[in-house]
Structures are given as structure tokens and as C-alpha cells.
Design a protein around this ligand. Structure first.
Ligand code: F6R
Length: 614
């Protein structure tokens, strides 16, 4: 996690760097700092808390430097203090560095440097890397390339992940960036060039973006730049227009990005679906899968790898794809998949799902799958992200930037794309044209159904008021509504800090039922199938033990009065879209529940939008 941005240009660095940090704040917001090259010294400002705290200080100090680096931190090594805040300065004052990632062997490196008499002022791994560069610089003979050489000597000594930007006091026109594991992109503008964790940091200021690959170094010198490998060989610099990479994001009349993104879902889903159905109206047509038809037709199994909310969307996909295409599906925590020795016999397809396309565990799972020779596809929202670039093919979600840390519209579009994938695979196999047509119609009707549910937001707000004192809640559902139960619980705990658990409804009796009392509300998602009777029986088991029940149920399912305290009704819908619809009231419930507690739903404590460390 953490966001880094560096500026080298003709203008004043300050405004671009602070603006860049604000856009990167989704990557972490424990503390923020900036360093400017002032000719004979570095001037620095570092503050705990949000970027706005730093911005106030920087504005007062006002630097006219045209070379600087900045960082917004998600703490990994060391507490949230000013001394642990980046940039870090080397012991001799020659270097400043910002770092995103984790240097796993920082302890022995620190011991080595301490043995050379170097003192440290922070608990971070990043300060160790800064001093390691300074150490190699001091040891290297004077030359034009001495700064670059020092970076090239230090980085191979580090294990773990890094995206760095570093400045040397002796070089007032050089900015160096390097990456391994953590993303880094160079921005090229008319007046300035940039290095940043992602292109949103320089939208509006740079025209072209060049993404670095692992093991590459970006050397910005004056108005020139070049990309090399760590060993010094020139690397190819492929540029992408910045306006296709990221968009400006305005909050408009909404009081948070989470609220805005929940209500954007009808439009977001229209964009996900647009132009993605075959002319005969019985199947989907996903451009990113073209060229892989034979492999897809011949699959033995699908393995989804993802984290958090994206994994819950994959679990919805598991039910839908098995139902539509009869292909065995497994859903793995990306972090577990990469270290498991799972037997990959047969023709397996690995599908990685990640809104940001930068989640390190998911990327590493893809890399592991590729090592094993498996075909990899990606579902991601961010154009040009590492996931998009590293998979063999894939599909963009097209829902626009998701800024709120709690993922909402991304979940809906990921689940929708899983259904579309299931449809395409189903039609390549046994799914009849009539069943295919019904799925196409259901998906095309989804945006309107979503809008219909969101119109009832006020009822959910009232329910959130009623249950807002609860500190423990259970979310329960069967089949494709089980992952929705998991997602509802995740959403609530991450933004309201109340304790919530999701279970398959029938699991209740195997343990969780012991928690039932009047202070532990149970939120049941009721299916629109014959299984609903069983879920209603589970609700009655809770009521029999004086528990409170809120049911989220389709209009057509009758619920006896004694089975639920409250019912929120969903419109009649095809089974492929029901999980997406059932999740909407849970998003709204979590949102209001947290707001009633006075919490910042966009930046919940301890979290970051993009998790780029293991
Ligand atoms: C929860 C949430 C996280 C992310 C997870 C994966 O609301 O946002 O659980 O879903 O960190 O992120 P991506 O999809 O960017 O890989």
C-alpha cells in the first residue's frame, strides 16, 4: 500500500505533489510527507493523519523547488508517528526516499549498516533502504552515473517488494524510480515528468504514462527519461495516453464516495454490459476472451483467485458458472493459492478478479499460475493496471474509478461479469438458446432492477436506525446468497467496526446459533427458489430463541409474520441477478449503520483501497 509521487520539471513541484498525494490517499492515510530539493539541502514536511494536514503545513512553508518526492503512508513497519513518516533521509543527508512495499530482510541490512556506524531515526524498513543507497554511493568512485549505480547496487540486496522514488542532493535534475512487486508508472507532461504509484496521481498534468515492469528502473534527468533493467540494459518504454487511464472524480451532491458509488450502480452496470452480447441474443461476447475460444470450450475447471470483496463476487460466480456452464469452479483466497501446492492437472483456467488490478496477493497468484503453465484471465476495473498487463486476456469492468475504500459498484460489476462468463461458457457447451436468451434478458434488465431497489433506500436507513445499537450481527444466506451474506458482513465490519459474520443459513445450527440473543440481529437473505422454505425455517429457529430477524426477500416469497421482525422486499428477478440485487440493501445498511455512528465511510481505520503488500 502507500502512495508515492515524484515531480521533476520546469514549474513548482509543491502543488503537483500535494494534488498527487490527495489522489493517492486511497492507498493509505496514516501519515503523509514531502521532500523538496532546494539546491544545497532538502526541505521536508511530514505530518501524521490525512494529506490535508500536510497540505496546510506545506502551503505555509511554500517551496519554489522544481524537484520533489511525496508519500502517503499505510503503516507496515513502525507506528503512525512523524519519524516513521516518509520521505526518509539518509544519515548523511545526501538522499531522500519514498517507498511502497515491504523490505523483508530489513533487519540484517539494518544490522550491517549499524555496524558501519549509521544511526537510524525511524523503525521503518524504508529508512534502511535509503541508507543502503547512501552507503553504496559513499563507496562508489565519483562519476556521472554514481547515483544510478548506488541504486542499482542497493536494490538487489533487498528481499520483498518495493516501488521507490529517490533523490540525491548532488543531482538537482535527477529523479530515480524503481519497482519490484509494487506498481510504479512514469508520467510524461509538457512541463514536467512524474513517477507515481498510479497514473491518477498525475492526471491533468501528464499526457503519457509508461508503466514499469518488475526489476526496472526509471531515470528521469532534466526533460529526458529512460527505463533500464537493474543490470543497466535499456528496457522498452511503451506509453499509454493518460486520459484513457484515469478520470477525474467529483463527489457531486453526495456526502461520501461510498454513497455516490452505491447510487451509481445502475449506470455502472449499463457500462459493464454495453455491447457485450451476441447478435442472436442468446450469449455474451467478451472481447478480451477472443482468441481463447478453443481453450475455453475445452476447460476442465476454473480457479478464481481474488481477495476480500472481489473474492465474494467470485463465489457468486462459482454458483452461477457451475449452474450455467457445468464447469467445476474453485474460489481461492489469492494469498493462499500462491503458497499451496495444489494439483493443477487437466486444463485449468485461472481467473484473477481485482478492482484495482494492483492487489499484490492476487498478482502473485497470477504469477504462480503462469509459472505452472496455466491460462490466466483477469477481471479488473483499472485500465492498464498490473493485472490487465500480466494476464493472458481479460475483461474490464468499466464502472469508473471506485474511490470509497469499501467496494460497492465493483462487486456488482464483477458478479455481473461472472454471470456473463458463465453464459458464454454455457453456450459453448450445453446451455440451450432459450435458457441463454433468458439470461441475456435478465442481465439487460439488471440496471433497471438495481435502480428500483435503490429507490427504497429510505426503508433501509430506517432499518439501520433500528438495529444501529447492535455490536454483533449475523448475515445468512444459501447458495449464491451465501457469498452475499459474507459480503454484507464484511461491508458492515469494515466501515462501522461492529462485529459481523456471514454463514450459509443452514450452518447456523452448527455453532453460531449459540450467539443468538435479542442483541444479536440476524439478517437473512431469502432465495426465490424452493430453498426459501428451508431458510424461513432457519429464521424461525432464531425467533424461537428470542433473536431478531431482518429478512431480505423476493416479493413472491411469502414469509409468515412470526418468522421475521422486518422484511425488505426485492423485485421478482432471474436467479443470475438475484445475488447482485440482494447485496444492494446490505451496502446501504452498512453505509447508514456507519454514518449513524459518525464514522468516515470512505476512509475506515486501518484500511487502504489498494493492498500492495502481502
Ligand atoms: C472491501 C474491499 C476489499 C477489496 C480487496 C481486493 O470492501 O474493498 O476487501 O475487495 O482488498 O481489492 P481489489 O479488488 O482491488 O483486488
Amino acid at each position: 500500500m502507500c502512495g508515492i509521487v515524484g515531480y521533476l520539471g520546469n514549474g513548482i513541484a509543491q502543488e503537483s505533489l500535494i494534488d498527487g498525494l490527495k489522489r493517492l490517499e486511497y492507498r493509505g492515510y496514516d501519515s503523509a510527507g514531502v521532500a523538496f530539493h532546494e539546491g544545497n539541502k532538502f526541505s521536508m514536511a511530514r505530518e501524521t493523519g490525512r494529506v490535508k494536514n500536510l497540505a496546510e503545513v506545506v502551503q505555509k512553508k511554500s517551496s519554489s523547488s522544481s524537484l520533489g518526492i511525496a508519500h502517503t503512508r499505510w503503516a507496515t513497519h513502525g507506528a503512525v508517528t512523524v519519524s516513521n513518516t516518509h520521505p526518509h533521509r539518509s544519515h548523511d543527508g545526501k538522499f531522500v526516499l519514498v517507498h511502497n512495499g515491504v523490505i523483508e530482510n530489513f533487519s540484517p541490512l539494518k544490522k550491517f549498516l549499524k555496524g558501519k556506524g549509521i544511526q537510524f531515526t525511524s523503525e521503518t524498513d524504508s529508512e534502511v533502504l535509503c541508507n543502503l543507497i547512501a552507503f553504496h554511493y559513499a563507496e562508489s568512485p565519483k562519476s556521472e552515473e554514481r547515483f544510478v549505480d548506488a541504486v542499482r547496487l542497493a536494490l538487489p540486496q533487498c528481499r520483498g517488494a518495493y516501488g521507490i522514488a529517490v533523490l540525491c542532493l548532488d543531482k538537482s535534475d535527477v529523479l530515480i524510480g524503481a519497482r519490484r512487486g509494487s506498481p510504479l508508472v512514469v508520467g510524461l507532461g509538457d512541463d514536467a515528468n512524474f513517477i507515481a504509484s498510479d497514473a491518477s496521481a498525475f492526471v491533468g498534468r501528464a499526457k503519457e504514462a509508461v508503466f514499469l515492469n518488475d526489476g526496472e528502473l526509471a531515470i528521469l534527468r532534466g526533460r529526458d527519461f529512460r527505463i533500464t533493467t537493474l543490470e543497466g540494459q535499456e528496457a522498452q518504454a511503451v506509453s499509454h495516453p493518460v486520459d484513457q487511464i484515469s478520470e477525474e472524480v467529483e463527489l457531486g451532491d453526495f456526502d461520501s464516495y461510498m454513497e455516490k458509488e452505491i447510487f451509481e450502480q445502475p449506470t455502472a452496470l449499463k457500462n459493464t454490459l454495453r455491447g457485450r452480447f451476441g447478435d442472436d441474443g442468446t450469449t455474451s461476447k467478451l472481447g478480451g476472451l477472443e482468441g481463447h475460444e478453443d481453450e475455453l470450450r475445452d476447460l476442465d475447471r476454473i480457479i478464481f483467485v481474488a481477495c476480500g470483496t472481489a473474492r465474494h463476487a467470485c463465489m457468486v460466480g462459482e454458483y452461477l458458472i457451475e449452474r450455467l456452464a457445468r464447469v467445476p469452479v474453485e474460489v481461492e483466497h489469492a494469498s493462499e493459492f500462491r503458497y499451496r501446492n495444489s494439483p493443477n492437472a487437466g486444463k485449468s483456467l485461472v481467473i484473477a478478479v481485482s478492482q484495482s488490478g494492483e492487489t499484490l496477493d492476487t498478482l502473485e497468484a497470477v504469477r504462480e499460475a503462469k509459472t505452472k503453465g496455466l491460462l490466466t484471465l483477469g477481471i479488473t476495473n483499472v485500465v492498464g493496471s498490473s493485472l490487465a498487463r500480466e494476464t493472458d486476456g481479460g475483461v474490464y469492468q468499466r464502472v469508473g474509478p471506485e474511490i470509497g475504500v469499501a467496494s460497492t459498484k465493483a462487486f456488482s460489476s464483477q458478479a455481473c461479469l461472472c454471470a456473463m462468463l458463465g453464459l458464454a461458457l454455457g453456450r459453448m457447451r450445453d446451455l440451450s438458446p432459450m435458457d441463454g436468451q433468458a439470461v441475456v434478458e435478465a442481465l439487460n434488465g439488471l440496471p433497471d432492477l438495481v435502480a428500483h431497489v435503490l429507490q427504497q433506500a429510505e426503508q433501509i436507513r430506517e432499518l439501520a436506525v433500528k438495529y444501529s445499537k447492535a455490536e454483533h450481527l449475523l448475515f445468512l444466506g444459501r447458495q449464491s446468497l451465501y457469498p452475499v451474506a459474507l459480503e454484507g458482513a464484511l461491508k458492515l465490519k469494515e466501515i462501522s467496526y461492529a462485529h459481523a459474520e456471514g454463514y450459509p443459513a443452514a450452518e447456523l445450527k452448527h455453532g453460531p446459533i449459540a450467539l443468538i440473543n435479542p442483541d444479536c440481529p440476524c439478517i437473512f437473505m431469502v432465495e426465490g427458489t424452493e430453498l426459501s422454505a428451508k431458510t424461513i425455517a432457519n429464521m424461525q429457529e432464531v425467533k424461537a430463541r428470542k433473536g431478531q430477524v431482518l429478512a431480505i426477500a423476493p416479493e413472491e416469497i411469502e414469509i409468515p409474520d412470526e418468522a421475521a421482525d422486518d422484511i425488505f422486499r426485492l423485485p421478482v428477478a432471474h436467479e443470475v441477478v438475484r445475488p447482485i440485487l440482494a447485496n444492494l440493501p446490505l451496502q446501504l445498511f452498512a453505509y447508514h449503520f456507519a454514518r449513524l455512528r459518525g464514522l468516515d465511510v470512505d476512509k475506515p481505520r486501518n484500511l487502504a483501497k489498494s493492498v500492495t503488500v502481502e
